[in-house]
Design a protein around this ligand. Sequence first.
Ligand code: CP
Length: 311
Amino acid sequence: MSFNPKHVLGIKELSQEEITFILDTAGSFKEINTRDIKKVPTLRGKTIVNLFFEASTRTRTSFEIAGKRLSADTVNISASSSSVVKGETLEDTAQNIEAMHPDIIVMRHSASGACHYLAERLRCSVVNAGDGTHEHPSQALLDAFTIRQHKGEINGLTVAIIGDITHSRVVRSNIYCLSKLGANVRVAGPGTMLPPGLEKMGCTIFKNIEDAISGADCVMMLRIQRERQGASLIPSVREYARFFGLNEQKLKLAKEDAIVMHPGPINRGVELASAVADGAQNVILDQVENGVAVRMALLYLVAGGDKLQQN
Ligand code: CP
């Protein structure tokens, strides 16, 4: 199979075969990250601009490292240090960047649909690094890659996702991704954090964490999205932690070999007790490690894939 999308905007648009192809391609890149010389010439001569209008540690750093390990020239622009603070619009900003002939713009933006908006207007490729409450495709792909690494295959697994479902782009991309790969996806959170229509996306809704994680193979915890008014949907953080936080006692309800995941950043003592965040079942730093390989695969495929030399 050959798959060279012009843009990567969401998981919703991808087929099961395309997702599997991306994960397999990431698998072939992973080893490069543990070499003494962590660099291949695959994207030499390509220019990638990481345009981040929202804060990020993992996504921005790993897209930058991914580009550099493939020998692309990478440039980082954050809204706070750009002319956006002087009132420049998204479209003007993007068109000015495109005038410098980048091959790929990787963008994170607080507005859902911002990446689609740019993709319709620019000649270069656009990769979505998180748009509002809509999608975070590279996160879901690295999550699927990590589940595959620990469980062998995703088909037939039960994955419970707990937290601020209303505001989470991670959960939306994961529901699409994991259900296309054959997982049974369960979702739980306070009633005020469960938007209507979720079942239509391919998941089962639970009102409490205990039922959602009972017998699960993977438990994925999400933080409250304070920057999107998530905290206003609960009476108090203390109460949330008591009813929806994951501690060692609740984790015993999941399968004995269940893995614990979190996209980061973690709010310790809120959605995740430190004993679980640092416990034997956590694979959180594996997720971060795999993020580099998955983003290498995305940049490689968007830039032309097998039309390029891989190493
Ligand atoms: N998981 C994730 O998107 O983390 P950052 O916000 O640090 O990029």
